[in-house]
Ligand binder design. Structure first.
Ligand code: PLP
Length: 439
């Protein structure tokens, strides 16, 4: 093997602690890909392997890889002003323009934005602002955050504590207090929890419009309408976590639009820059922001060094311009339909495929031992399928939390029909191979 590649693999093993990765596997086999180039839906590694990025990397590269205009806008902004602080009321034009643009595209009366560097910070910010809001309103005991089973809200202490997937919470022996969990699809469970705990202790309810990392779970049609009514009834803030579902992923600008309700606060990240810069944030409704303006007398003691980063905000503005100009939201809806049709075709051909589902370009394929009984294999097959698909040129992801055995798939919104067919061919070949092994 090329010495240069060998050297990088060794340096990776010795010095690079990878996020959300199996350390033993990295130490034995080295990094599975060292990517050097991206173009559209494809990624290329040092060894010349070309793969379809069937996960838009981490559900975020919505406009696809290798867009030169993104590099140009970053360079232009960096040469003028890469960054300056936004503390103490200092500001910069890209942050102001992006906040205004977000107010234009966000659902309902969400109109003011607090910027962060990513989704975990966005979630922690939302919880803190919700709690602070109730202090300002003279209800300091309203501090609990209710979240859902199978949810994922990031890895900072707040986001970890809010995450409904237990292994993330058990990663350490201590999580933050004042978080509680209810069944992910039952509005009645939320009502019961509020009544048990007492609404006077609850600050907010937080939910992903479509649960992503937990296995792409799409809520029943009426669920969020009922949630909105319950939150209003008990005077509890409703926060949506649109970190994955924002910016076109599900075929609407924001995922909650499918359900016709408007949250009080909304977290976003990922697709706001399509991964071309690190950015996230929290939006707040007009009404809430008015109350903050009226009731806040001191300094808002919450801020990240990179809140309102000028270069990242200019990259986001360009990204949103591309999403709109190329009509990528409509395209996500259309190509999402193609992808789901492809899943159904695979399901007819392969007996190990159980339920398939998708909303826009956010989809899942469940693996079962028996299509009728939906019984699962004792050892999940999805991780094997992921490895085999990667060898054949497709990167997808497995979800095995809560005894699931699921593949999740979320390609860039620029994907075309031919590339979807290519994904389906690779998946079909992979399923055929794995099925053979199971007989
Ligand atoms: N919230 C949701 C719904 C997510 O899917 C993620 C990441 O996948 C996060 C929050 C955390 O975002 P980040 O990884 O940018 O901190």
């Amino acid at each position: 093997m090329n010495n240069w590649i060998k050297e990088l693999e060794e340096l990776d093993k010795k010095h690079f602690i990878h996020p959300t990765s199996p350390i033993k596997q990295q130490q034995q086999a080295g990094p599975s890909f060292i990517f050097t180039k991206g173009e559209g839906v494809y990624l290329e590694d040092l060894k010349g392997n070309r793969v379809i990025d069937g996960m838009s990397s981490l559900w975020n590269v919505n406009i696809g890889h290798g867009r030169e205009e993104m590099g140009e806008v970053a360079k232009e902004q960096m040469s003028k002003l890469a960054y300056s602080s936004c503390f103490a009321t200092f500001s910069n034009e890209p942050a102001i323009r992006l906040a205004a643009k977000l107010a234009e595209v966000a659902p309902g009366n969400l109109s003011a934005t607090f910027f962060t560097s990513g989704g975990s910070e966005a979630n922690d910010t939302a919880y803190k602002l919700a709690r602070h809001y109730w202090i300002l309103k003279g209800k300091p005991n309203k501090q609990k955050i209710i979240t859902r089973t199978k949810s994922y809200h990031g890895v900072a202490l707040g986001g970890t504590s809010a995450t409904g997937l237990q292994p993330f919470r058990e990663f350490t022996n201590s999580i933050a207090p004042d978080f509680d969990y209810v069944d992910h699809f039952s509005s009645e469970a939320l009502r019961r929890k509020i009544e048990e705990e007492g609404p006077e202790k609850i600050a907010a309810f937080v939910a992903e419009p479509v649960q992503g990392a937990g296995g792409v779970h799409i809520a029943p049609e009426e669920y969020f309408k009922e949630v909105r009514v319950i939150c209003d009834q008990y005077d509890i803030l409703f926060i949506t976590d649109e970190v994955i579902t924002g910016f076109g992923r599900t075929g609407t600008y924001f995922g909650i639009e499918h359900y016709g309700v408007v949250p009080d606060m909304m977290c976003f990240a990922k697709g706001v820059t399509s991964g071309y810069a690190q950015l996230g944030g929290v939006m707040m409704s007009d009404q809430m922001y008015e109350e903050f303006k009226e009731l806040s007398t001191g300094t808002l003691l919450h801020g990240y060094t990179y809140s309102g980063h000028a270069m990242a905000c200019s990259v986001a503005l360009k990204n949103l311009e591309i999403i709109e100009k190329e009509q990528l939201i409509t395209r996500a809806k259309e190509m999402g339909g193609e992808m789901l049709a492809g899943f159904k075709e695979l399901q007819r051909k392969h007996s190990i495929i159980g339920e398939v589902r998708a909303l826009g370009l956010m989809g899942a394929i469940e693996i079962v031992k028996d299509q009728n009984s939906k019984e699962r294999y004792q050892t999940a097959l999805a991780p094997i399928i992921v490895t085999e698909a990667a060898k054949r040129g497709l990167v997808v992801r497995s979800v095995v939390f809560d005894s699931q055995d699921t593949l999740v798939i979320a390609p860039p919104l620029i994907i075309n029909k031919k590339e979807i067919e290519e994904m389906m061919t690779i998946l079909s070949n992979t399923f055929a191979e794995v099925e053979l092994k199971m007989i």
